[in-house]
Ligand binder design. Structure first.
Ligand code: DON
Length: 304
């Protein structure tokens, strides 16, 4: 029998017809050619059942949605204290790629903006295997299938990464980066170029909703404490300088990416993922935000 959840997902897509899609990101040339009419939504329960509608098997790059998962991995590997000594947890109120660090500490303000995410990536650069390889393994465990890098997007971003390189040099000068700036940015760009679908992202988000345990494999990927800490950071910093708007209208921890994906986590219940490549002024998917607002209202997801 068809689940009523699918009707909710279909309606979430239908109601975006009046929302201007916006333009795909063009500072990464390979993303500029994305079709703004593509749209998808998926939802996973904490039992691992995934429901999806629209272009649910279309692949796009994870981009900044990688940041929360890699941050949790860094906490697991290095310990919370070590990570907090390097990267703050306060919202910056600035754009995701702002060239700024906390003037008092010289540290990135949080791990969701690029400065913090480059520093986080570098924290995983130890041991015999490259960080991006171990990160792909984590994404594959979260999504329950082998996740690969979109090499064309990675190369395209690497060829125009001046801003992120600038940030990495600032971090290095402030003593907040142990790695060479070029190496940290190269690895971070590969992390962002992991190729996913909304189904993958819904399962990844459901793992966070499930306290760090992948719902289908039963594998604990993050401790409960790490997961709770991460959800706090996603709540305050995940939507950048639109975090206040998001928290009042949608009201759940979330993270967006410039390829057009957004994930949301309803603790103890659901992982949600939406995709549409056109962006708003904050770099968040315009129709993605509209779908999340619709679902939050229809299904009473708002935590407050
Ligand atoms: O570093 C960048 O600019 C991209 N690889 C990721 C930025 C991003 O996804 C911002 N999110 N909306």
């Amino acid at each position: 029998m068809r689940s009523p959840i699918l009707d909710y997902l279909d309606r979430a897509i239908e109601q975006t017809a009046h929302v201007a899609p916006g333009a795909p990101a063009d500072y990464i040339p390979e993303l500029a050619s994305a079709d703004p009419q593509r749209i998808a939504v998926a939802m996973s329960t904490i039992n691992g059942t995934v429901y999806a509608s629209g272009d649910a098997d279309h692949h796009f790059t994870i981009q900044s949605i990688s940041k929360p998962f890699v941050y949790a991995q860094a906490i697991e590997e290095r310990g919370l204290e070590d990570v907090l000594a390097r990267i703050g947890v306060e919202p910056s109120g600035e754009a995701f790629n702002e060239l700024s660090l906390d003037p008092d500490t010289g540290m990135p303000r949080n791990p969701m903006i690029n400065a913090g995410a480059i520093a986080t990536h570098a924290l995983l650069s130890h041991g015999a295997r490259p960080a991006d390889e171990r990160i792909l393994e984590l994404f594959s465990q979260l999504a329950e299938r082998e996740i690969e890098i979109d090499e064309a997007v990675a190369a395209s971003e690497a060829a125009s990464a001046h801003r992120n390189l600038g940030l990495a040099h600032l971090l290095r000068a402030a003593g907040a980066l142990d790695q060479e700036p070029q190496d940290a940015v190269d690895g971070y760009i590969r992390q962002c170029a992991a190729s996913v679908t909304v189904r993958d992202l819904a399962l990844m988000a459901a793992t966070l909703a499930n306290g760090g345990v992948q719902p289908n494999t039963g594998e604990r990927l993050f401790s409960r404490t790490t997961t709770r800490h991460l959800l706090g950071v996603m709540t305050s910093c995940g939507m950048y300088d639109a975090a206040g708007d998001w928290l009042t209208t949608v009201g759940i921890p979330a993270k967006s990416g410039v390829a057009g994906g957004i994930v949301g986590v309803l603790p103890g219940q659901l992982g949600i993922a939406v995709f549409s490549p056109g962006l708003d002024a904050h770099g968040n998917s315009s129709r993605g935000v509209a779908m999340m607002q619709h679902l939050s209202e229809e299904l009473h997801l708002h935590l407050m």
